[in-house]
Ligand binder design. Structure first.
Ligand code: SF4
Length: 462
């Protein structure tokens, strides 16, 4: 196992991460009736909308407090108050999720203080809005300090904390299960609903943008599409018998599951994203332990079908060498999956500077670890340079790595986020036994197609 440290980094060339408020905004769109409001300039919200629209293929409204030169000098308190009022009047939201930006953080905006002041004005009837009182919550998301995943987790933590902070658990209410999903696809969220539906227990899945960012066609434009985690579901989280939190790259001080454990004594299980058999087995074990139930039979059938597919396709993947990149939790879980199907992830790369990344990758690789180059805090130009001597067969990750595949002349399997050069990227299923089957078939077929296209004689049967 080797590791690269960016010792001579002078600039980022095609970053392998995305902007922090971007992650926060998509998490906020997974809460029912919630509109994200960016405290910063229009450009930041436009960039995030553009990324969201090209991945989810849905219109995504993201409000902005619209910083201009004067705001950057004198502060954006009045802009923020005006923005909250305008958004409240125009969208009638049940919640407004406010995120900071590089600019508002750099000039030292104290948004929590502004919000306390705004809420006091609202109590006194001085905002001009008497009939609408959306919940306000705030995610501090300076992009120079983290990735889109930090913003994502910060928003979830803040939403849970803001809704539940002053509650007392209601022991008379029916007990339930909490699931923190991580930044997964809309199809993954539907798969989680499908799995959780087989356990006889109510649950809160947060966030849930399976409908808000992937709903049906509309007759008329909907400013706030239906769906999302209901605020009542968040309010019920302190009553849960346990929380399963997917993905481990979450700082404990801003972790919704840790907050519920410390504040309300809700036990938590923090596990890797359930990608591949081993991680999905661990997911079901966590569900079973918390609920006291055994795995519903339907999942054994999915698991059996997956193992059968592994038998069918192992000769196409065994010993192949992959360039793998993306956000830290995704890469860690995918490395485990590749390892179990016999593919060597010769590079495992992420833009996050998490110090645990290498250790997690090492633990995920039970069979093929010796050759893996682990690259935290990296960019695509560096990944490309490192890839050339690795003799790889396939590139696996999101659309920003397309240039890798093209320069290396390799097949590419798109997965993760963002996918903006194909249709349906947001509907790729990664999670659970069915997700592993989908990924396995995609990888087998990409390798078979490349082999077929490169064969001089040509063949149609293999
Ligand atoms: S300025 Fe910062 S917050 Fe705004 S889009 Fe760029 S990275 Fe994101």
């Amino acid at each position: 196992m080797k590791t690269t440290a960016p010792e001579h980094f002078v600039s980022t060339r095609n970053a392998c991460k995305l902007c922090s408020p971007l992650g926060a905004c998509f998490a906020m769109r997974g809460i029912e009736g919630c509109i994200p409001l960016i405290h910063g300039s229009q450009g930041c919200s436009t960039y995030i909308r553009r990324y969201g629209i090209s991945h989810f293929r849905e219109p995504i409204d993201i409000a902005s407090s619209n910083f201009v030169e004067a705001t950057a000098i004198f502060g954006g308190r009045d802009n923020l108050f005006r923005a909250i009022n305008n958004v409240t009047k125009q969208y009638h939201p049940t919640a407004i999720g406010i995120t900071s930006t590089c600019l508002s953080e750099t000039i030292g905006e104290d948004v929590p203080m502004y919000l306390r002041e705004y809420l006091m004005k609202r109590e006194l009837g001085e905002t001009g809005l008497t009939d609408r009182r959306p919940i306000l919550f705030y995610a501090s998301t300076p992009s120079y300090r983290g990735t889109h995943m930090d913003g994502f987790h910060e928003a979830i933590w803040s939403a849970i904390k803001s809704v539940t902070e002053h509650m007392t658990p209601d022991v008379s209410r029916p007990q339930q299960l909490n699931i923190l999903s991580g930044f997964v696809s809309t199809e993954d969220l539907r798969e989680l609903h499908s799995i959780l539906g087989t356990y006889s227990l109510p649950y809160t899945l947060i966030p849930d943008y399976s409908e808000t960012l992937d709903g049906g066609a509309w007759e008329d434009y909907q400013k706030l599409p239906e769906g999302g985690t209901p605020l009542t579901g968040i309010a019920a989280m302190p009553n849960a018998i346990g929380t399963v939190s997917l993905g481990k790259a979450v700082p404990s001080e801003h972790n919704g599951a840790v907050f519920l454990q410390e504040q309300f004594g809700v036990p938590m299980q923090n596990i890797e994203l359930p990608i591949g058999i081993e991680n999905t087995d661990a997911f079901f074990s966590a569900l079973n332990e918390i609920t006291g139930q055994s795995t519903p039979g339907i999942h054994a059938k999915h698991r059996g079908r997956l193992i059968d597919a592994y038998f069918d396709g192992h000769k196409y993947v065994s010993g192949k060498r992959a360039i793998l990149y993306g956000e830290e939790d995704f890469v860690t879980a995918m490395a485990s999956f590749l390892d179990e199907i016999g593919i060597v992830p010769v590079i495992a790369a992420t833009g996050s500077a998490g110090t645990e990344f290498e250790r997690r990758i090492r633990r995920s690789l039970r069979n093929t670890h010796a050759e893996t180059l682990v690259m935290p805090d990296t960019d695509f130009a560096t990944i490309l340079e490192a890839s050339k001597p690795m003799n790889p067969d396939i590139v696996i990750g999101h659309s920003k790595g397309f240039y890798l595949a093209r320069d290396l002349g390799l097949p590419m399997v798109r997965c993760g986020f963002p996918i903006h050069d194909r249709i349906g990227g947001h509907r790729i299923l990664h999670l659970g036994y069915r997700g592993a089957l989908n990924l396995f078939e995609r990888i087998c077929n990409a390798l078979m197609e490349a082999s077929q296209n490169n064969a001089k004689s040509g063949w149609t049967y293999i």
